[in-house]
Write a protein that binds this ligand. Structure first.
Ligand code: UDP
Ligand code: UDP
Length: 461
């Protein structure tokens, strides 16, 4: 047992292992920072190399802000069979980390003081649990999407031919339309997403607990169904600890243009860290933004992985559009600190691809959303946001990356006007912002859950 500083409370030692991509890394970093501020000794195991530059920069920022965190690198082994390399680079990296998981055994065993628990990303569940079991270390899974999505994740392996029905039925959960299920999961052939969903989803039952970056007031139904054993019997506790607040150190260079805009006048447009939009859709989107007459801050992405994104901004959107944008808008191609953008007083709305982190950040800052889900869990996320009354989802807008289905600028402009004119969305977002802060504030539901967890780690330290 180790003890902290001047009191004799035992200090738990927790190791954490994230997976690939900012959508998985960001919540891990927030959890690491939060545990460290709660006097937990943290070892952060960082897979090496990372897929994107954003990930490696985030690691550097975290470790320079919190020198007390121990860093251990997990050096990923190359795959002998690289046939799946053509699939999504982030899912490919999930697979690399999964296949390198055995390297964790000596690493975990060597840590001192001995670990109270390991917290792992959900995509690594099936390969890491056998290792922590052998070492007798409690294993917690951190699920980085909503509790509703968790219900699908843990039940997926039990579904019989889900593509054959219009709705996917999961006990305890409202039926999910088939079109909201990530398409790779409905394919007949195997693919990396289906493999990790099936194998890790099945193994979740054997973890010591499942942490979720969500909270009661937005995801209460699914949380209750999961914890009452309605979704799957014998599940460990599902512990809602979100929305994990952004940490101050995430701040970067401020965007001067925003400072010059009136309060709540700007529509912020971003499709997250790994979603590329087709050239044609980019141009229609730009046209729509200009036509809407609103001020806007637009982040354009041409490639899934940042280091491959080499096209000049002006070549991407064209000279004509570039000039029109300048009248009321700002367009960038580089990484902007989204947390900082959403917290800026000039930002009034968010056109989002509905990544779960983007959503929790918008809720945290009380910014109403125009929802344009693209991949993976994003339609399920969009539905959740629409239900709580802080977003508008036009369901027939297709995927922005699909060159065959392009939403025209005129329609984007009209929808934008409708959304930004909706006073109810704005009022409701302000309420939801308060609820989000209450959940993680002293005495709030997520605050209490995390506290209980840390206490339980202390008593076993
Ligand atoms: N993000 C950012 N700047 C960008 C794009 C993304 O800070 O230009 C952050 C965003 O705030 C969020 C994360 O990266 O925390 C992206 O995660 P999300 O779940 O929203 O979507 P994903 O990128 O995984 O699709
Ligand atoms: N994808 C993404 N962000 C996500 C999830 C998926 O960019 O959060 C991309 C990724 O390239 C993946 C592809 O979308 O391989 C498939 O995702 P989706 O589940 O939507 O299937 P698709 O519609 O492309 O068939």
């Amino acid at each position: 047992m180790s003890t902290s500083g001047n009191n004799l409370q035992p200090t738990p030692h927790i190791a954490l292992l994230p997976s690939a991509g900012m959508g998985h890394l960001t919540p891990f970093i927030r959890l690491v920072a939060l545990l460290t501020s709660n006097n937990v000794k943290v070892t952060f195991i960082t897979p090496h190399p990372t897929v994107s530059i954003s990930e490696s920069e985030s690691f550097s920022q975290l470790f320079s802000t919190f020198p007390q965190i121990t860093r251990k690198q997990l050096h990923l082994l190359p795959l002998e069979d690289s046939s799946s390399k053509s699939e999504d680079p982030f899912y490919y990296h999930f697979e690399l980390i999964r296949r390198s998981s055995h390297l964790l055994s000596p690493l975990l065993a060597s840590l001192s003081p001995p670990l109270s628990a390991l917290v792992t990303d959900m995509s690594l569940t099936s390969t890491v649990i056998p290792i922590t079991d052998a070492l007798q270390i409690p294993n917690y899974i951190f699920f980085t999407s909503s509790a509703k999505m968790l219900s699908l994740f843990i039940s997926f392996h039990t579904l019989v031919d889900p593509k054959a029905k219009d709705f996917v039925e999961i006990s305890g959960i409202e039926p999910i339309p088939r079109s909201w299920i990530p398409p790779p999961l409905l394919e007949d052939t195997n693919n990396l997403m289906k493999i990790y969903f099936t194998q890790s989803g099945k193994k979740m039952k054997e973890s010591s607990g499942i942490l979720v970056n969500t909270y009661e007031s937005i995801d209460g139904e699914s949380l209750a169904a999961l914890n009452k054993g309605l979704v799957l019997k014998g599940l460990p506790p599902v512990i809602a600890i979100g929305p994990l607040p952004p940490f101050k150190f995430e701040k970067s260079q401020p965007l001067a243009w925003l400072d010059d805009q009136p309060a709540k006048s700007v529509l912020y447009v971003s499709f997250g860290s790994r979603t590329a939009i087709s050239r044609e859709q980019i141009r229609e989107l730009g046209d729509g933004l200009v036509r809407s007459g609103k001020r806007f801050l637009w982040v354009v992405k041409d490639k899934k992985v940042d280091q491959e994104d080499e096209v000049e901004l002006v070549d991407l959107i064209g000279h004509g559009l570039m000039e029109r944008v300048k009248e009321r808008g700002m367009v960038v191609k580089n990484w902007l600190n989204q947390e900082e953008v959403l917290s800026h007083p000039a930002v009034g709305w968010f056109l989002s691809h509905c990544g779960w982190n983007s959503i929790t950040e918008a809720l945290w800052h009380g910014v109403p959303m125009l929802l344009w889900p693209q991949h993976g869990d994003q339609k399920i996320n969009a539905d959740l946001v629409e239900r709580i009354g802080v977003g508008m989802w036009v369901k027939n807008w297709g995927l922005g990356g699909d060159p065959l289905v392009v939403v025209k600028g005129k329609e984007i402009a009209e929808t934008t006007a409708k959304m930004t004119g909706n006073e109810f969305l704005r009022l409701r977002s302000a309420q939801v912002k308060d609820e989000a802060r209450m959940a993680v504030g002293e005495g709030g539901s997520s605050y209490e859950r995390l506290n209980d967890l840390i206490e339980s780690w202390k008593s076993s330290a």
